[in-house]
Structures are given as structure tokens and as C-alpha cells.
Design a protein around this ligand. Structure first.
Ligand code: ADP
Length: 598
């Protein structure tokens, strides 16, 4: 649900540009004010020119005075062109600088928001709305604000000047302005509401576009030939979004057209009415001509560009509200602490305890963990075992702080995890996730991204050897500096297993006291799988606590302590031998797997 409406948010569109490109912003503001005054100047000079020309025509001679006024008229026209040119020049600098700064701010924020926020549908949609056309929005909103302010100033200057000549006409301009404002506001509000409603469908269509076009899906896309089906789903989502927008646009158009028609009728009546003071001599011919031409221009501006600008302004107000809510989203503290990465201290840990922990995923009612209790002690290795969906990965997500909405306690050396500061938490874990990331950066960056300080070259190569990667890396054109992926011209891709080894090396090189491996051998052949389990066993001796999740039960025989999970609770625990003697779930899983290898 949308938060309560708040007052004008001009500061978003003024303070941000001023901060990031003060000189050009101020330049544009000054030029807009000058530009706003030009129609009034033109109107006043034109009135004088017409009156003087008529007078001199009657006398049959053209004076220098008339030429002077004509020169002033040309001067104003030239000034208008110069202002336009200068404004375009400043706008180029302004828009590139401000849009880059705005985009950076959004991406930085998005990279910091809490993991749980990404899983909340409402917040996710808010992010989609704010991030869409991310860079252009801020510049477009500023330009809209400036154009609107210029329009209002133009009307004010012209209105005052016209009121000086004819009060009725000045009053009429003001009345038109007052009639247009609420209509435009309503149109803008409805446009943005339609956009809000359409985001749900845009979100789906954006995902489907990825399935249809991205490299990750190319294998299955070709194999299963699902493109026409997904294309249909994409068309459907696009159509739904289009329909939401179409109704709002149609309604707005009808409203604006009705209003414009009414204003045009009143304008004709007014110009007719002004013939009376003209015939009485209360208004000069010059005043009449210049007032009619200028107000006609202003009215057409009011009913067309001003209405659109005011409508857009209302949309931008709503965008600013969304932007503020987005910028207020809770951040992952560990990300915020990333700036002090170089000073990250890797703590020592003696014990982790889950004390009666229960947990439901946000938006779900069914608990995934049910009163889970266990202890992990320094110097030992542990394995989490259980059927799919038993809750193993969820335990790791809670332990690494991705979710904090559990009940019970997770204690690290007696201290509740939720109460620890971001930096300490960040230093606790080295994790290899099941869905590890593949960074399209150099091999070195892929290996060392997690290290608070760059590791020794010898440590990197020792690990490369134990993962059997030396030959592969030696064969790369630029060794560790070779780019992986396809972003660069020379980009090398790895196999799934090689990428997994790189992810393992990244975690191990961090040397945090708690090492967690979630299915680290899923993409590896049996020989390399064995090497990983050996690496885990070796590392367990160095790291304080090591935790392994795997379905390859042969690899965990040497693990000190095994926790068996079923339906979100620990149902058995002990060493491999003890669990086999128990003849429970672990023994059943192990025996079943062993049978395959006989
Ligand atoms: P395991 O690692 O033991 O295979 P998980 O811990 O990944 O199991 O998942 C446990 C249960 O939680 C599963 O039933 C799964 O459907 C559910 N689950 C996992 N992630 C989410 C999520 N982000 N939102 C809702 N439910 C989830």
C-alpha cells in the first residue's frame, strides 16, 4: 500500500542537481527567468511599434524612433534565440553529469538494500518503478520543473502587463491558469497510478525478456524451443501493461480536450469584448494587437504545453515519493561497512549456538525451521544433511544474517547475531553458495573479491594447485589478468565446474573463521569432488568452524559431526559411525546412495 501523501518534493529535483552540477543548474535557472520575461518584453515593444507605425503612417514619414523600436523588437527576438542556444549547450553538460550521478546513487542503494527487501513483492515493485529509465528521470524531472516555472513566470509577467492595459484580459489569463491546474494535477496523478498498476506486468515482462534474450538461457531455449510460448506470455504481460496505461491516457486526453475547447470559446468572446474599449479609445490599436497575439500564444501554451508540463510535474511528484521511499529502504549493514573493507578484522570464534530457532520466510505462513537447537564448536567440522527442502540452506541464510526475523537465538560466542555490528558479521564467514556468482571480471578479481586485503601471490597459487586449476590458468592469454566472460574483446569462458572451483577459491582466500560450503561439488567430476572434500578437511583444521552441506554422503564420512534435518528440525546428530549405528534417516540415505556405487 502506498504511504501517506507528503508535501511538494521540489528539493529532490533542485537540491540533487545543485549538489552535482551547481554551475550549470544555476545557469539554466537564470536563462529560464530571462526567457520567461521575453514574451512580455516583446508584447510591450510590439504595442509601441504598432501605435508608432500607425501614427507615423498618418503623418507620412518614418522616424528614427520607429526604427529604434523595430531594432528593439529584433533585439528581443535575437536574445530569445541566444538564450535557447545557450540553454541547449548547458543542458548537454547538465544532463550527462546529473543522470550519471543519479544512476550511481540508485545502483549504490540497490546494491545495499537488505536481502529480505528483495523478496518483498511490494518493495520489489517499488524498486522496479524507481530503477526504470533510472538516469533520465531525474534530468527530465528537473527540466520539467524548470519549464513549468518558466511557463508560470511568463503568464505572471504577461498577465501583469496585460492587466495594466485591460483588467478583464489579465483576469481571464489568471482564470484559465486556475482552471487548468487541478485538471492537469488529476491527469498526472492518474497517469502515475496507471504506471504503478502496470509495474506488476512490466516486472513479469522484464523477466520474460531476459529468458528470451540472455545468454544464461540460450542452451535450454534452443533445446526446448520454448521461445513461442514464452513470447506469448511476454505479449500478454505487455498487453496488460499497455491496457492499464491506455485507459489513463485516453481519459486524460478527453479531459484536456474538453477544457481546451471551453477555453478557446471564452478567448474568442473576450477578444470580441475587447473591441468595445478599442472603439471607445480606451485601448490603443497597438495594445489590442499585441495583447491579442500574446495572449493567444499564452493561451495555446497554457492549454497545451502547460497542461502537459503540469501533468508531468504531478507524475514527477509521485516518482519523488517513490524515490524517497526507495532511498529509505533498509540497507544490508555489511554492505554499508564495505567502505572499511581494508580495515576488516577477521575475528576468532569458539562457538555458534542455535537456541530454539524458528523461522518463516517473509510472506509465508508455514515455518521452514521449527525450534532448531544445536551447537558448533571451534576446531571441528560439521555437515548438514537431509532431504531437499529440509531447511539446510535456510539455516545458512539465517547464520550469515540474510534474514533476521527468526524467533529464538543465534549466538556467536554467546552474543546474539542480530546485535552484532555489520563489520564483525562481515568478517565471520567465508561462504560458497549453491548459486555462486560468475563475475565477468579478471581471474584475479574473481579470486580475490572477498579478501579484505590482497592475498599473497603464493597463497593464490597454492590454492590454484590444490583445486587443480594451474594448467588452465597458465594457458590463459594474460594469466590471472585475463577477463572472464564476454564483456571484453578477449574474454574466456570457463566450464561450470571451473567456475565452481573459482568460487571455492574466492571463499577460501578470504580466510574467515567460519567456512561454509553449500553443495560445493555439484558441478564437479568425482576426482575433483574428492579434492574439494580434502580441501574442506584441511581448511577445517585452520578455520575455527567449517560447515558443509552436501548430498554426496561419501564425502562427509570424515566430518566430525553430522546434523540430520527433517521438516525444519534436527532429527539426528553425531559422527558418521554413530549415525550409521542408529539406523535412522542418515543411515537410510547413506545406504541408498552406497547401493548405487556397488
Ligand atoms: P534445503 O537447503 O534443505 O534443500 P531450503 O532451506 O532451501 O532447503 O528450503 C527449505 C524450505 O523453504 C523449502 O520448502 C523451500 O520451498 C522454502 N523456501 C526456500 N527459500 C524460500 C524463499 N525465499 N521464500 C519462501 N520459501 C522458501
Amino acid at each position: 500500500m502506498r504511504s501517506e501523501r507528503r508535501p511538494l518534493r521540489l528539493k529532490q529535483y533542485l537540491a540533487f542537481p545543485l549538489k552535482h552540477d551547481g554551475a550549470h543548474t544555476l545557469g539554466i535557472v537564470v536563462l529560464r527567468v530571462v526567457s520567461a520575461f521575453l514574451p512580455t518584453a516583446k508584447m510591450l515593444i510590439l504595442a509601441r511599434f504598432v501605435d508608432e507605425a500607425l501614427r507615423e503612417l498618418r503623418q507620412g514619414a518614418i522616424s528614427e524612433k520607429l526604427l529604434g523600436i523595430a531594432g528593439m523588437l529584433v533585439g528581443v527576438l535575437l536574445l530569445g534565440k541566444a538564450v535557447e542556444l545557450l540553454m541547449s549547450y548547458l543542458s548537454i553538460h547538465f544532463s550527462t553529469l546529473v543522470s550519471a550521478a543519479h544512476e550511481r546513487r540508485l545502483i549504490e542503494k540497490k546494491s545495499r538494500v537488505c536481502f529480505s527487501v528483495l523478496e518483498n513483492a511490494e518493495d520489489y515493485e517499488l524498486m522496479c518503478r524507481v530503477m526504470d529509465d533510472q538516469s533520465d528521470r531525474m534530468v527530465a524531472a528537473f527540466e520539467n520543473l524548470m519549464a513549468l516555472a518558466e511557463c508560470l513566470l511568463r503568464i505572471l509577467f504577461v498577465g501583469l502587463a496585460v492587466a495594466g492595459m485591460n483588467l478583464w484580459c489579465g483576469g481571464f489569463l489568471l482564470a484559465v491558469l486556475l482552471a487548468i491546474l487541478p485538471v492537469a494535477k488529476k491527469c498526472g496523478g492518474e497517469s502515475y497510478s496507471a504506471y504503478e498498476a502496470a509495474t506488476k506486468y512490466y516486472k513479469v515482462s522484464r523477466y520474460l525478456r531476459r529468458v528470451l534474450s540472455e545468454r544464461d538461457y540460450v542452451g535450454e531455449r534452443t533445446q526446448y524451443a520454448y521461445t513461442p510460448h514464452v513470447q506469448e506470455l511476454w505479449d500478454e504481460a505487455q498487453e496488460q501493461a499497455r491496457l492499464k496505461m491506455k485507459w489513463a491516457t485516453k481519459k486524460n486526453m478527453i479531459r484536456t480536450k474538453l477544457l481546451t475547447g471551453a477555453i478557446a470559446v471564452f478567448a474568442v468572446l473576450l477578444y470580441g469584448g475587447m473591441l468595445l474599449p478599442l472603439s471607445r479609445g480606451d485601448l490603443t490599436a497597438g495594445d489590442y494587437v499585441s495583447v491579442v497575439t500574446t495572449t493567444a500564444q499564452i493561451i495555446s501554451m497554457l492549454t497545451w504545453s502547460f497542461a502537459i508540463l503540469a501533468e508531468k510535474f504531478e507524475e514527477n511528484q509521485r516518482y519523488a515519493e517513490d524515490l524517497e521511499r526507495f532511498l529509505d529502504l533498509p540497507e544490508e549493514q555489511a554492505e554499508a561497512a564495505a567502505e572499511q573493507r581494508g580495515q576488516l578484522v577477521l575475528p576468532t570464534v569458539s562457538q555458534i549456538e542455535f537456541r530454539d530457532v524458528s523461522f518463516c520466510y517473509p510472506g509465508c505462513e508455514q515455518p521452514v525451521l521449527n525450534h532448531v537447537s544445536f551447537r558448533l564448536n571451534k576446531g571441528s567440522s560439521y555437515a548438514l544433511v537431509g532431504k531437499n527442502g529440509a531447511g539446510k540452506t535456510t539455516i545458512i541464510k539465517l547464520l550469515t544474517g540474510l534474514y533476521t526475523s527468526y524467533t529464538g537465538e543465534i549466538l556467536v560466542d554467546g552474543k546474539e547475531l542480530r546485535d552484532m555490528d555489520a563489520q564483525t558479521k562481515q568478517g565471520l564467514f567465508s561462504v560458497i553458495y549453491q548459486d555462486f556468482a560468475r563475475y565477468q571480471l579478471t581471474v584475479r578479481e574473481n579470486l580475490t573479491l572477498g579478501c579484505p586485503v590482497p592475498p599473497e601471490e603464493s597463497a593464490i597459487w597454492q590454492l590454484v594447485d590444490s583445486l587443480d586449476l594451474r594448467e588452465k590458468l597458465d594457458g590463459l592469454p594474460e594469466g590471472l589478468e585475463t577477463n572472464l566472460g564476454r564483456l571484453e574483446e578477449i574474454g574466456i569462458d570457463f566450464s561450470g565446474g571451473e567456475w565452481q572451483k573459482i568460487a571455492i577459491a574466492r571463499a577460501v582466500l578470504k580466510r574467515a573463521p567460519i567456512l561454509i560450503m553449500d553443495e560445493p561439488t555439484a558441478a564437479l567430476d568425482p576426482l575433483h569432488e574428492r579434492a574439494i572434500f580434502q580441501l574442506f578437511a584441511e581448511h577445517s583444521k585452520n578455520a575455527s568452524i567449517s560447515i558443509l552441506i552436501t548430498h554426496r554422503l561419501g564425502g562427509i564420512r570424515s566430518v566430525d559431526h553430522i546434523l540430520v534435518l527433517e521438516d525444519g528440525a534436527v532429527c539426528e546428530e553425531g559422527s558418521h559411525e554413530a549415525l550409521m549405528r542408529q539406523q535412522g534417516l542418515y543411515a537410510a540415505l547413506y545406504t541408498e546412495q552406497e547401493r548405487w556405487y556397488r
